[in-house]
Design a protein around this ligand. Structure first.
Ligand code: HEM
Length: 416
């Protein structure tokens, strides 16, 4: 092993943000490389190396704990530089027994049986939101559909009032959709402490009057003989609300956008609904809406021919891994029935996405309903606005569309 492979890589630069795929393709020439920007960090872009890093949580820690007693500044998962003003992710940025205990508490709300139970509600919800617009012949596919459905479902799972979805969604989308420093971003970040304290108040109310919901389980769980403190509870809620509100919305919006521009693929999915299952995996791979995350190196280690040191920060790119030519044939194409498809869009290892079953089902319900009820939707490309300036998350802010009006079909009463 010689000198480290140094590259001038800056994922916050305009050039990168304007053409991510070209930049990642260049980075994959050396799938583990060092960038001196933003204080210095390793960039891991190949499928094999990203898989190895995320499977080995002991060496590549997700922990957020600056100035830990062992002398390491644990950087957490939230970007290089770490996003300012965003609370720690209470599940994704803890390790060991606390992490395992939290997964045990949350899993019963997220595993396939719980998702199957929620399915009729998700279908009603989707049809109800489509009904609000279907007779008019136009709707904003993001603001009127892909945004509210996952948000209301997340509220229900956590045990929050369904009608509060917009309140939380506005704030969360504001923190991820805009470039750090922009007025929209600053406004959203400024409101984070208030929202976190509201979430905590909800949890505290369950301490006084327990219910049969995730919030109650969270305030009651014991780890190593103690209950979670307020900070831990708010961090878990932040993580769940953030995970639930943003990513599925983005996946569904980007997939509908793609199908809007590829009528032959749209028709194929309409004619062959059974393709929706492999197509879900393909859209997950292709868009990798959670594009990058970070880890901290806990002990000197060799990776991809490079020597990483204890305390180093590592940026892993799910997006790049999912477009690695060494793993995928024609990675730049959406192949609806791609098989095999070993994508890493939900991560891999101990921190693999806890909401993945829910996300897949929600995506399929919403996308199938659009294809069935608004099969000829036409997107107003001029008015469509994508997330800008965030190398961690991709998504769509707003996507107006028109279509042939259709009949009402959902429940007469609001289902939440
Ligand atoms: C398309 C949808 C989604 C994508 C692409 C996605 C992506 C990811 C990824 C890549 C991770 C791994 C993080 C890591 O390794 O550090 C993750 C973890 C996580 N996701 Fe998702 N996610 C999605 C939907 C959801 C939903 C619907 C929820 C909750 C309702 C959720 C909640 C979480 C949580 C709590 C974690 C942390 C798990 C842990 O650290 O043990 N996600 N997600």
């Amino acid at each position: 092993m010689g000198e480290p492979q140094v590259v001038d890589f800056d994922h916050h630069s305009r050039e990168f943000l304007d053409d991510r795929h070209a930049h990642w393709a260049r980075m994959r020439q050396c799938p583990v490389a060092y960038s001196p920007n933003h204080g210095g960090f390793w960039v891991v872009s190949g499928h094999e190396a990203v898989t190895r890093v995320s499977r080995d949580g002991e060496t590549f820690s997700s922990l957020y704990r600056p100035g830990a007693p062992d002398g390491i500044d644990y950087h957490g998962i939230a970007g290089v530089p770490r996003a300012k003003g965003i609370p720690p992710a209470g599940i994704a940025e803890v390790e060991g027994p606390l992490h395992q205990a939290l997964r045990r508490v949350i899993n019963p709300f997220m595993l396939p049986p719980a998702v199957a139970e929620l399915k009729p509600f998700m279908e009603d919800l989707t049809n109800w939101f489509i009904d609000r617009k279907i007779e008019s012949g136009h709707m904003d596919l993001v603001l009127d559909l892909t945004n509210p459905v996952p948000a209301v479902v997340t509220m229900r799972i956590i045990g929050l009032a369904g009608e509060s979805w917009e309140h939380y969604a506005k704030l969360f989308h504001g923190t991820v959709a805009y470039r750090p420093g922009s007025p929209e971003y600053q406004q959203a970040i400024g409101r984070v402490p208030e929202i976190v304290s509201e979430l905590l108040d909800e949890a505290k109310a369950r301490r006084r009057s327990p219910r049969d919901d995730l919030l109650t389980r969270l305030v009651e769980v014991e780890v190593d003989g103690r209950r979670l403190d307020d900070q831990e509870i708010s961090a878990v809620l932040w993580n769940l609300v953030g995970g639930g509100l943003d990513t599925t919305t983005s996946l569904t919006s980007l997939a509908l956008h793609h199908l809007g521009g590829h009528p032959e693929k749209r028709q194929r999915l309409i004619d062959h609904p059974e393709l929706m299952v492999p197509a879900t995996e393909e859209f997950l791979r292709y868009f990798s809406v959670n594009e990058t995350l970070t880890r901290t190196v806990t002990q000197d280690v060799e990776l991809g021919g490079q020597q990483l040191k204890r305390g180093d920060v590592v940026l892993i790119s799910w997006l790049s891994a999912n477009h690695d030519e060494a793993e995928f044939d024609r990675p730049g194409e959406v192949v609806l029935d791609r098989s095999p498809n070993r994508h890493l869009a939900f991560g891999v290892g101990a921190h693999r996405c806890i909401g993945m079953h829910l996300a897949r089902t929600m995506f399929q319900i919403v996308a199938s309903a659009v294809l069935r009820r608004l099969p000829d939707y036409r997107i107003d490309e001029q008015a469509t606005r994508f997330y800008e300036g965030n190398p961690m998350l991709a998504g769509v802010v707003s996507m107006p569309a028109t279509f042939t009006p259709g009949p009402l079909e959902g429940p007469a009463e609001r289902p939440f």
